[in-house]
Ligand binder design. Structure first.
Ligand code: SF4
Ligand code: SF4
Length: 220
């Protein structure tokens, strides 16, 4: 048994129309919609183009733009402040101490550079662009730059290495560091194994407390 339509529900039921008039109505709506779209499109033709063919074309960025991190390792002092402050821990930094007398230049803060930067890797695929590492870098060797920003098609290509060293040079420095550590450990072991020499006992001539002091003679 069908429920009789009340006054409110009757308004919700679509009115049946003549199929022919429905056809022409839909056709008219389609034509008007196409004309509206074409009007929007053609109204933009005389306007200045504001889009570019990225990545072939690039718009200049503001100096403050956080586009891509770059480290100029010649100015890096291996203080590790950037690594410590990074909230997502994406730095891999390895350094090898310079040999005594080896000149690595002067850092921007005026101090001599003492470490070879063997590895300075940043996994930019995990970077949250907070900028804390750049603020923590006293020598300003780590900074945001635009020219390095480039599109990549593989996540591995976002693992950046700024050491600028060949694999042979890295290995040479790491081997040198290993040999130095072994020599130091051997020296410490030899020192620990050496027999301890007892300090010489004080003699009576030395006038120490071990020799009894002469007592004054009794005048009686
Ligand atoms: S900007 Fe990226 S790399 Fe630097 S501290 Fe933030 S998350 Fe780490
Ligand atoms: S904070 Fe700057 S100087 Fe220190 S390790 Fe990082 S990049 Fe190098």
């Amino acid at each position: 048994m069908s429920v009789p339509a009340t006054r409110d529900t009757a308004a919700l039921i679509p009115r049946r129309r003549n199929p022919l008039s429905q056809y022409f109505s839909d056709l008219w709506i389609g034509i008007v919609t196409i004309l509206e779209g074409m009007w929007v499109t053609f109204s933009h033709l005389p306007k200045r183009t504001i889009t570019v063919q990225y990545p072939k074309e690039k718009v200049p960025m503001y100096p403050q733009t956080r586009a891509m991190l770059v480290n100029h390792v010649d100015d890096c002092g291996y203080c590790l402040s950037c690594k410590r402050v990074c909230p997502v821990n994406i730095f891999t930094i390895t350094g090898v101490r310079a040999d005594p007398g080896e000149d690595l230049g002067i850092l921007p803060d005026g101090k001599p550079k003492k470490m070879h930067i063997v590895d300075f890797k940043i996994d930019m695929s995990k970077c949250v662009y907070c900028g804390l590492c750049v603020e923590a870098c006293d020598t300003r060797s780590l900074r945001w730059e635009q020219p390095q920003e480039k599109p990549v098609y593989n996540r591995r290509d976002l693992h950046l290495d700024f050491s600028g060293m060949t694999a042979e040079r890295k290995q040479e420095l790491l081997d040198r560091d290993e040999a130095r550590k072994k020599a130091k450990a051997a020296e410490a072991a030899a020192k620990a194994a050496a027999p301890k020499v007892a300090p010489p006992k004080p003699t009576s001539e030395s006038g120490t407390a071990s020799s009894p002091a002469p007592t004054p003679s009794d005048p009686s």
